[in-house]
Ligand binder design. Sequence first.
Ligand code: SF4
Length: 177
Amino acid sequence: MSMTGESWVTTTFDTLEDWAARNSFWPFPFGTACCAIEFMSTVSSHYDVSRFGAEVVRFSPRQSDVLLVAGTINDKMGPVLKKIYDQMAEPKWVISMGACACSGGFYRAYHVMQGIDEIIPVDVYVPGCPPTPEGLIYGILQLKEKVARDREHQRRMNRESKDQEKTQSVNTGAPTV
Ligand code: SF4
């Protein structure tokens, strides 16, 4: 993105789309224990997560793009968590907040999941028991960077596959679309 003067901006559509994607998370808080209280603190006025474009909290997986798992997940809850993840549309991301969600925490017990990555992919792990609101905000900032990197990577892959198609069609004489 380049800025010229004070009143107008020039950019490409891709850059604009990237900027919007990484600054408009709609989190679904899957809060089961004390970590959820830290999440509430993060979205409240003192920490004000809306400064980072992530305050549109939704309790419907179909309206969310970030699954924020905050708390202990026992094996009985596993299928529920997986179903909610599956119901979210792509692109979607997962933040595992706190020691319990990341690794089972201090619950070394047969009925507690030893990390939600046993059943769903995790993009960002926020450590701590409890993790601080600052820690969660840092996690959200890390996710923004990951989204930007993933989108850039996807575009590069698309360009390369188009180039390959062109090269193949030149070699074989087949028409390109
Ligand atoms: S990590 Fe700590 S604060 Fe978070 S749910 Fe587990 S016990 Fe509670």
